[in-house]
Structures are given as structure tokens and as C-alpha cells.
Design a protein around this ligand. Sequence first.
Ligand SMILES: Nc1ncnc2c1ncn2[C@@H]1O[C@H](COP(=O)(O)OP(=O)(O)OP(=O)(O)O)[C@@H](O)[C@H]1O
Length: 305
Amino acid sequence: MAVIEVQEISKRYGDQTALRRVSFSVEEGEVFGILGPNGAGKTTAVECVEGLRRPDSGAVRVLGSDPLRQGSKLREHIGVQLQNTQLPENIKVWEALDLYASFYARPRDWRELLERWGLADKRGARFAKLSGGQKQRLFIALALVGNPKVAFLDELTTGLDPQARQTTWDLVKRVRAEGVTVILVSHFMDEVEELCDRAAVLDKGAVVALDTPQGLIEGTDAEYRMSFRLVNGSAAEPSLPLESLDGVTSVSRTGDLVVVAGRGDFAALVTAHLARERVLVRDLRVDKRTLDDAFIALTGRSSDA
Ligand SMILES: Nc1ncnc2c1ncn2[C@@H]1O[C@H](COP(=O)(O)OP(=O)(O)OP(=O)(O)O)[C@@H](O)[C@H]1O
């Protein structure tokens, strides 16, 4: 069942077009990523889904309701991750959870959330005294305290060290395992690969791709690289220049090291060619294609730009 349906929404701010006929739907229990470079329209799209902004045209349904007209009913089933500035510095961890729980008719037991999110010993600590990772876990706990069907998580692990990121990812996987549908806005391609079932890539206000992370990687003709070293004494140079093989875009040689870049199945063609020509190589490496490469191919920009 589609929990969120977005049909051809468009939005302009003055003469600035933020969204151009954006469509996507999110199935129950999915972790759905929204990616895109700065200014691509991610926040605007998510705010339209949350009922905080009115699209100029198009339609949004969340759990079968219109988030603008039936917002108060919907808010009972939606959890939104706050940003750093949105909690008073002096509020204690338990007070924040207790306060947010009071907004909902059927909240979760926040004591259990404290345990689960590793914040039990910080129960009486003031917000300002928490580490970055603890603050982030509190924000996610606050997004879940109302027992929502849909949770919106935004820039989940910005500023966290690798260990705190991993902890946060593990917790999000547990949230998914409970069947909560998650919308995840992210700049981090590794995070999207790790957590999302599917993701929409926005660029200049339009959806330029929508697929599983693996499908996005395979579906874009991103450039990748392979490298190998020529073994001394072997027929050092293949008779056919590698540049002329299908998909190869560049070949560079430094001493015995050869680096070949290309698209599609070029690596298989290069390997087959070397074997045919009996060129002995060692340290053969084909770089894994990543979502980062796909993102650059789709948007022309790096995801951390
Ligand atoms: N209130 C506003 N008034 C005018 N223009 C706006 C407003 N909000 C957003 N925009 C513009 O609309 C476009 C989309 O912005 P949006 O914040 O949705 O993008 P984003 O993908 O979330 O960007 P970021 O990753 O930088 O947060 C941008 O060009 C932005 O400058």
C-alpha cells in the first residue's frame, strides 16, 4: 500500500522554480531517500508532504489524507526530526521526551525509547551537554515518541563521527524493522546505500531518477576505473591500444601501472583483451561503482558540493 503519494507537484517562489512536476510514491515500511544537490528542492518537496507548504499544482496524499486539509488528523501519525536549534538548551532529556509524548494521543513509553537509543544514563542531562551523536539520537527518539506510521528524518548523521554514524544507522534499521515508513533526506550517498530501499534523485526541482540504490548505480552510465600492473618480461604492450575498446574513455600509464577509465562493460573487454594478447598483469583492480558516481552522472555535481 502506498503510504505517501505525490503527483506532479510544482512550486515556485517568485520567479524561482523549486519543484517541477515532481511525482513519487512511498510504500508502507519503506525507507525512502530524497537526494539532490543544494537547492535541488528536497526541503520544499518534504515540506509539501508534511503539509507545511502548499504546492502551486499537483496533489499529495499521506495515509490517504490531504496533508493541508486534514493536517491535524495526520500529525497524530507523523514524526518529524527536529533540527539542532529547535530545542531549548536547558531542557532535560526526559523533559523533552515527556513534552513531545504529551502532543500525541497514543505515545510510546519514552522510558523504553531512552533505553533503546542508549540515552538511559543521560535521562537527567541537559540538551546542551549532550554530544553530537546523543543529540541526534534524542531527535530521532522525539520523532518516534508519538508512535508514528511515517517518520521524516533530515540530514541524519551530519557532523557525526564514524562510530556515532554507525550507531545511528543501526537504530534506523531497527525503526524500519518495526514497520515505520521513513523518509530520509540525505547528502551522504553511503548512508543512502546502507539504509534506503529506494531513493528519488532531485535536480533543479525535478526527479531525475528513482530506483533502488543498486538500480540507480546500474542505471546510470557513470564512469569508473580499473587498474593493473604489467608484469616485467611479459609482452609489455597490448597490440591493440586499449583506448579503442568499447566504453573506454581514457588510459594512463605510469611506469608499469596502467589505469583505464570507462563506462559500461569496458572492464570485462579490457580483461578479455589482455588475456587474448597474453599480456601478464598483476594487482588487477576494478573499482566498485558507487552511488556517488551515479549522483555525479545524474546531477553533474558531487553530493558533498
Ligand atoms: N522561502 C523561499 N523563498 C524563495 N526561494 C526559496 C524559498 N525556499 C527555497 N527557495 C529556493 O527554492 C529552491 C529549492 O530550495 P530547497 O530548500 O527546497 O532545496 P534543498 O534541496 O532542500 O536544498 P538544501 O540541500 O540546500 O537544503 C532553491 O533555489 C531555494 O533557493
